[in-house]
Design a protein around this ligand. Structure first.
Ligand code: SF4
Length: 301
């Protein structure tokens, strides 16, 4: 399917943008606020100015579609032991060089070989007819396919099932408030408590996602946080301690923290995180939080 054919499908018209002068559009979905000339795509590679109309190029296109244990998201304190239908698409508004999912996140939909076309109803019906508790939006950054996620999440919510969002949290307050209305649980990937790390590695900023986490906590939604420890990037113990204190202050001592082990991936070939460092971090985090888990470490919870 050519992308020009895809844009005639229902739902591919994006929302959350403004029309600027000279045929330009400004996307207001995430804090990058990309300004797009006709034909251009945003940093996420999946939202495009098509002759003065913003297109959501990944609407109805998924890269992954599986039943997963909820613990794999990871969510450990939200319906433990249950299964959830997990859906991912393409694109991301971050550029982390250690990305574990670069094959689907660092490309546009027309560059991607792993794809399946699917309508929201089919996803909702599959979740309802299985032993799934609902749908998880995951694998790549789901907020960059906001319209498709919402077209699935609304009927999932209305049919009494659960919506789970696994995200980097880099979304503007207005779309976030729409998402909060129909969502039950979030796992937010917090990469550092240092804005410089966000600027230099992810090509993003820290403050907007702290605001996202505060909004999730204020809305009373279930929140778990994932922190991938990348040696030499975000392993400063003082900052880590500040971060865990901040999570406890904003989301409560019961918020769940997953400290995950990094392995070489995509553009980063630094050796994996030392297990001894992860155990030290877990001990430190347990001083502020009740639920701290080590991830990507066989046999260590
Ligand atoms: S969602 Fe994509 S196009 Fe929109 S501002 Fe963010 S990176 Fe840019």
């Amino acid at each position: 399917m050519r992308i020009d054919d895809h844009q005639d499908k229902p739902g591919t018209k994006a929302r959350h943008y403004s029309i600027e002068g000279s045929g330009k559009l400004r996307c207001t979905l995430c804090p990058h606020y990309c300004m797009l000339e006709d034909g251009a795509r945003g940093r996420c590679r999946v939202r495009r100015n098509a002759s003065g109309v913003m297109q959501a190029d990944t609407w109805g296109i998924v890269s992954g579609y599986h039943m997963d244990p909820i613990e794999k998201k990871p969510l450990y304190q939200f319906y433990p032991g249950s299964q959830i239908l997990s859906v991912g698409s393409h694109g991301c508004n971050f550029r982390c060089p250690w990305c574990q999912n670069a094959a689907i996140s660092q490309c546009g939909v027309d560059e991607q070989m792993v794809r399946k076309e699917i309508m929201p109803d089919e996803i909702v019906d599959t979740a309802a007819q299985s032993d799934s508790i609902g749908v998880a939006y995951t694998y790549n950054e789901p907020t960059v396919w906001f319209e498709f996620m919402m077209d699935v999440a609304r009927p999932v919510y209305e049919r009494g099932m659960k919506n789970v969002v696994v995200t980097n949290g880099f979304i503007n307050p207005e779309p976030l408030s729409e998402l909060l209305e129909v969502s039950h649980a979030f796992n937010v990937d917090l990469k550092s408590f240092d804005d410089e790390v966000y600027r230099n590695s992810a090509r993003a900023r820290l403050e907007p996602l702290l605001q996202t986490m505060k909004a999730i906590a204020a809305a009373g939604k279930h929140l778990e946080v994932t922190f991938l420890v990348v040696p030499g990037v975000n392993d400063d113990l003082e900052l880590f301690d500040e971060m865990t204190q901040w999570i406890a202050a904003e989301a409560g001592k019961e918020a769940v923290l997953h400290i995950n082990r990094y392995y070489p991936s995509w553009k980063m070939q630094t050796p994996p995180t030392p297990i001894s460092l992860m155990r030290t971090m877990k001990r430190m985090a347990c001083a502020h939080l009740s639920h701290v888990h080590l991830g990507n470490v066989p046999g260590a919870l």
